[in-house]
Design a protein around this ligand. Structure first.
Ligand code: SF4
Ligand code: SF4
Length: 431
């Protein structure tokens, strides 16, 4: 890169809603920020959601203006498809970080996002941005509202046939690109690496991955989102519109047996939201939510829960023991009915597992000189949770959003506000 800047005021690791908010706050205070995102687009998980609770505002409509503002701000440089490999603290307001930029095999300044390459590429693999519900090509624009809206080649699956190169009207395909690792200097670091979703394959008694009509809540988000893969909600096994759906709350949360004893905080509410959206999308459908406790603690949350009940969503206080599949693809849920103490069975034509959220602890080994401390659940430890929740054990390193624990979108934005003001006051300090 010509005239590349190697020194910034702040490194923000993670380009989800918390990372964007942090970067924007610092940039507006005239600090120079480098935002590093491992995915091909910024926007995090929020840009892929349907609507948000409890207001039912469109998630993409809220997040895309923030994504564009972040991408356009002159004080923010963004590296997508990139990884922070090592951070060393050399002194106060002196961090050195090695950053790896993975090649897209597409020239970023030439690609127009026209998708002509996708039309001719013969290789189809699962689309990770649609949570494997549909396929994508080996050369692909990540999703329709991606930022940057630039194609990338998934080189592991590419057959090197050259069809995309011939079809590209902008001569943007470039197989000669190589990974590039460089060292940059920063005065402060903000960790905004978000969370991971629980993989229900780890609970074989639910049959996820084996029974086709069981999806995760994130897959249902995609089915309900404006940029969804199908034009309606379909059960994946046979493409039929479901009319009797079940939600299984606390899948992988509050469960010692899968190593995640804590509450994920958002699953009750996003499931209630999805149930309301499903009744809008499939008005004749029955939706049942199997729960242990409904935790509707936030502003407007309990009213939202009552609205769902009023709309006809059925709530069953029951612990699911096992799910089995019938020949027609329907699913039989065996559960302890907590109110009556009886073991019961119920049949549904589609099951949504409301998966919990887990810590993304990949940032741990990145800190080389001084170890970043984690809490008992592998989230970044907040050393003074009550008075200065954005502080970590390393002076000059702050945490924003769900990197410090499960939280919803407004709390992530508040947390990013705290992290950016802590970072700004650290930057302004004079030794
Ligand atoms: S690589 Fe070429 S064909 Fe593909 S989206 Fe970019 S400009 Fe269009
Ligand atoms: S070279 Fe790779 S990405 Fe391009 S069309 Fe062929 S398989 Fe697809």
């Amino acid at each position: 890169m010509e005239n590349e800047v190697l020194t910034y005021d702040a490194l923000v690791v993670g380009g989800g809603i918390a990372g964007e908010e942090t970067a924007l706050n610092l940039a507006k205070m005239d600090y120079k920020v480098l935002l590093v995102e491992k995915e091909l687009s910024i926007g995090g998980k929020m840009i892929l959601l349907s609507k948000v609770f409890p207001t039912l505002d469109c998630a993409a409509c809220i997040t895309t203006p923030k994504v564009s503002e972040t991408a356009r701000h002159p004080n923010i440089t963004i590296f997508t498809g990139s990884e922070v490999k090592g951070i060393e603290k050399k002194g106060e307001r002196n961090f050195e970080a090695r950053i790896l930029r993975n090649p897209r095999y597409v020239k970023e300044d030439a690609c127009t996002g026209c998708q002509e390459c996708e039309l001719v590429c013969p290789v189809v693999v699962k689309d990770q941005y649609q949570y494997n519900l549909v396929g994508r090509k080996a050369v692909f624009v990540p999703f329709s509202i991606a930022n940057p809206r630039i194609a990338a080649i998934d080189i592991e699956n590419c057959s090197l046939c050259g069809a995309c190169e011939k079809a590209c009207p902008s001569d943007a395909i470039d197989f000669t690109q190589e990974p590039e690792e460089k060292t940059y200097q920063f005065k402060s670091v903000v960790v905004a690496t978000g969370y991971k979703l629980f993989d229900p394959i780890k609970m074989p008694r639910y049959g996820y991955g084996k029974y086709k009509n069981i999806v995760t809540s994130m897959q249902m988000e995609r089915e309900l989102a404006p940029t969804r893969p199908f034009n309606t909600v379909l059960r994946p096994g046979d493409g039929k519109m479901p009319d009797n759906l079940a939600y299984v709350l606390c899948t992988g949360s509050r469960d010692h047996t899968v190593g995640n004893p804590i509450c994920s905080q958002v699953c009750c509410m996003y499931s209630i939201k999805q149930a309301q959206l499903l009744l809008g999308s499939l008005p004749m459908a029955d939706v049942t939510i199997y729960y242990l406790h409904i935790r509707s603690f936030g502003k407007g949350f309990n009213e939202f829960y009552e609205t769902a009940k009023g709309m006809g969503v059925e709530f069953v206080k029951g612990k699911i023991g096992k799910i089995s599949e019938k020949e027609n693809g329907n699913l039989v849920l065996r559960y302890d009915d907590i109110d009556t103490g009886q073991v019961k069975e119920a049949e549904h034509d589609m099951v949504v597992l409301s998966v919990g959220i887990l810590a993304n602890d990949e940032i741990g080994p990145v800190f080389k000189t001084q170890k970043l401390e984690f809490d008992d659940y592998r989230y970044v430890k907040q050393v003074d949770e009550l008075k200065r929740p954005a502080m970590t054990n390393i002076d000059g390193v702050y945490v924003a959003g769900a990197a410090s624990g499960p939280m919803d979108i407004p709390d992530s934005i508040l947390s990013a506000g705290a992290a950016s003001s802590e970072a700004a006051s650290y930057l302004a300090e004079v030794e």
